[in-house]
Design a protein around this ligand. Structure first.
Ligand SMILES: CC(C)(COP(=O)(O)OP(=O)(O)OC[C@H]1O[C@@H](n2cnc3c(N)ncnc32)[C@H](O)[C@@H]1OP(=O)(O)O)[C@@H](O)C(=O)NCCC(=O)NCCS
Length: 181
């Protein structure tokens, strides 16, 4: 597997990245149709955005984006692996590459929001008030969620946006230090 910067992608590979986005986010109905192409395009055109693609035999099987949003922190957005290539370490490799890139940029922190829109954590369909942070600290998997993938890779829950996507559908905020201060 190779990991390359988005500007190095051919037009075909750029289209593959959009297709990976459609396939990876299909279960939550996000980034379907031209929305995926539009999102991929932002990583070529917005100077505050960059992305790294994972290629297997020249075909894009996943990518991770970064948004240069704070002096010392980068937002991870999005992270997606083609369902046919999930659970083979592609996501872990992309995460490590993004963290190395953020550190090379002089950043201390990578942070992200991971939505629980369809269930997978104990906070789905739950009332989070009062005591939202205590409930976040006690979060457990129900059917499995990317939250636990990130946590295994050193991301800590640092907050949440209650009902961000509807009642009982929070956005879970996580962060990891990627360089020494
Ligand atoms: C999250 C994602 C990028 C992980 O990529 P990946 O290539 O499968 O990751 P890896 O192979 O490195 O690691 C897979 C591990 O994460 C777990 N995992 C990842 N996403 C999971 C999910 N949604 N539900 C349950 N487990 C998940 C796998 O069970 C596996 O666990 P293991 O290491 O104990 O076997 C991928 O599942 C994906 O694209 N999901 C759809 C889009 C998405 O949810 N993106 C994140 C939005 S914040």
């Amino acid at each position: 597997m190779d990991i390359v910067d988005f500007p190095a992608l051919t037009n075909d590979q750029r289209a593959q990245a959009a297709q990976v986005m459609r396939a990876g986010f299909a279960p939550i109905g996000a980034y379907q149709g031209e929305a995926a192409d539009a999102e991929v395009t932002t990583f070529f055109e917005d100077p505050d955005r960059f992305a790294l693609a994972a290629l297997i035999e020249g075909v894009v099987v996943g990518f991770v984006g970064g948004i240069d949003s704070y002096p010392k922190a980068v937002e991870l957005h999005p992270m997606v692996v083609d369902p046919a290539h999930q659970a083979k370490g592609v996501g872990a490799a992309l995460l490590a590459a993004l963290e190395a890139r953020a550190a090379a940029m002089g950043k201390l922190t990578v942070y992200l929001g991971t939505d629980d829109e369809i269930g997978g954590t104990s906070l789905f369909a739950a009332e989070v008030f009062p005591g939202a942070l205590a409930k976040l600290a006690a979060i457990e998997p129900t059917s499995g969620h990317a939250f636990f993938f990130y946590r295994r890779h050193g991301y800590e829950p640092v907050g949440l946006i209650p009902d961000a996507n509807g009642y009982g559908k929070p956005d879970l905020l996580m962060a990891k230090r990627v360089a020494k201060p």
